[in-house]
Design a protein around this ligand. Structure first.
Ligand SMILES: Cc1cc2nc3c(=O)[nH]c(=O)nc-3n(C[C@H](O)[C@H](O)[C@H](O)COP(=O)(O)OP(=O)(O)OC[C@H]3O[C@@H](n4cnc5c(N)ncnc54)[C@H](O)[C@@H]3O)c2cc1C
Length: 433
């Protein structure tokens, strides 16, 4: 039986640990915080609960596969529900569109409301990623990336010089459609001039499979996964920080932690490798993508009705998500901001036409710095700096024998679906005990 130590108990670490335990390994998961979940956790205060990070996921099949491969299926544990309207986008010219997920026809209908023919333009743009999705899914997302066995065609797609900004500009004359297409990357802190064009397949995935959430908050998934780890007899050490990986005779032999050394035949790094001295030299050219400014509000009184997610374009970009839980008569709301936040974000939202100030009962502010310090790295992973980023961030196998990498800092990247896929890839690489 192989002794595996997993560094970091976010979604990536928990998913890797559960899969490897099911494959017969003796798994220890080391998490520096008092609780598991990382960004997929919750923030709680005065009876209100908010999602600390993700509130929806694309590709629900990734989460379903994790549960099916490690024990009882997901639907026996928790309901993943489709969010019919993914986001309501508000533009600076006072027009807006409620963008549905999971349906080409519904997207065309909604976007035609912005201007005749825009629905078809959007559908053609999205359809343009169908072949990217098929090739990249097969060679890059569902099996470890091996350039020698990937088709030439997939390599050419992955390493294209075409960046998102160019594709978007070429595809649309209407600025609002450009903003719509670029939004997922801008929200994650990237400059679309540095994001490869094929990443736009996120729009294809949204249109085809929709966005999925969990009643009461996405963070509930962490609790369910923690139970799965207990079922699979994973040894979970919380409040324990990993300072390095110990290499002996050229391969991983142990993990140095604040509670002493843990022997290991295999190590999975599911945190920021820049913080682990053994791995840091291999990622020295990467930079983190910084999380947004986050402000959780507990509201009471006659609070205006808000959709699940509202996006207010402009500088600053402000995103408002409802969800989480509140005491009777209250509402939990989270505001995210990027860009020119020269004033308080709640006031910034007033300028976008939504005044929540009279209803604020509880407020928890979390700056990008607080988040990065708390999680020992950015859950947004590595900043896109062009196509070279694919080679400069780690993949599931690393240059150190016996050390594997999963999570936001690893190919295929940040976000619940990609992070979940990275755990599946690590389990494929390591194999049964
Ligand atoms: C504000 C925000 C909103 C987001 N919204 C969405 C969304 O709606 N949909 C979506 O798909 N994605 C979203 N994301 C991205 C998504 O949350 C992350 O990509 C994903 O959760 C990252 O998981 P991870 O396990 O790789 O990393 P993390 O969640 O960062 O987990 C890393 C864990 O490792 C621990 N750790 C780090 N270093 C050490 C060490 N040396 N020793 C011990 N433990 C260590 C940390 O404490 C942490 O628990 C959002 C992220 C943020 C910040």
């Amino acid at each position: 039986m192989g002794r595996v130590v997993v560094i970091g108990g976010g979604f990536a670490g928990m998913a890797s640990a559960a899969r490897l335990a099911k494959l017969g390994h003796e798994v220890t998961l080391v998490e520096q915080m008092p609780q598991l979940g990382g960004a997929m956790g919750t923030v709680e205060q005065d009876g209100f609960t908010w999602d600390a990070g993700p509130s929806t996921t694309l590709l629900p099949a990734v989460v379903r596969d994790l549960f099916r491969k490690t024990g009882r299926p997901l639907e026996r544990e928790i309901d993943l529900v489709q969010q019919p309207i993914m986001r309501t986008h508000h533009f600076q010219d006072d027009t807006s569109v409620a963008l549905p997920g999971g349906s080409r026809a519904a997207q065309i209908d909604a976007l035609d409301g912005l201007g005749a023919g825009l629905g078809d333009q959007w559908a053609a743009y999205v359809e343009g990623f169908a072949d990217d999705w098929e090739a990249i899914r097969r060679d890059y997302l569902e099996r470890p990336w091996v350039p020698e066995i990937a088709s030439k065609e997939t390599s050419a797609r992955i390493f294209t010089r075409e960046m998102m900004a160019k594709r978007v500009k070429k595809s649309f004359k209407d600025d609002r459609l450009r903003l719509l297409a670029a939004h997922p990357f801008v929200f994650e802190g990237h400059d679309t001039r540095d994001v490869p064009a094929w990443m736009g397949m996120a729009s294809y995935v949204e249109q085809r499979f929709g966005a999925w959430t969990i009643e009461g908050g996405f963070g509930r998934l962490s609790g369910v996964l923690a139970q799965r780890l207990a079922t699979r007899k994973v040894n979970v050490l919380t409040d324990t920080t990993v300072s390095d990986i110990v290499v002996r005779s050229g391969r991983a032999a142990a993990v140095a932690t604040s509670a002493g050394e843990l022997d290991a035949d295999v190590v999975v790094c599911a945190g920021d490798p820049r913080r682990i001295p053994t791995l840091a030299p291999f990622v020295r050219r990467t930079m983190p993508a910084i999380p947004p400014v986050v402000c959780h509000l507990g509201l009471t009184g006659d609070v205006p009705d808000l959709p699940a997610e509202s996006v207010f374009h402009g500088d600053p970009l402000i995103v408002v998500r409802t969800g989480g839980t509140a005491p009777d008569g209250g509402k939990a709301v989270t505001i995210f901001g990027r860009g020119l936040l020269a004033e308080d974000i709640v006031l910034g939202l007033v300028r976008k036409g939504i005044n929540l100030r009279p209803f604020v009962e509880v407020r928890v502010d979390r700056s990008p710095r607080t988040q990065v310090e708390q999680w020992g790295g950015s859950p947004m992973g590595v900043l896109w700096q062009g196509r070279s980023t694919l080679k400069e961030r780690l993949s599931s196998t690393t240059p150190v024998p016996g050390v594997y990498s999963a999570g936001a800092h690893t190919n295929p990247g940040a976000g619940i679906p990609y992070v979940g896929l990275s755990a599946a890839l690590v389990a494929q690489e390591i194999g049964p005990a």
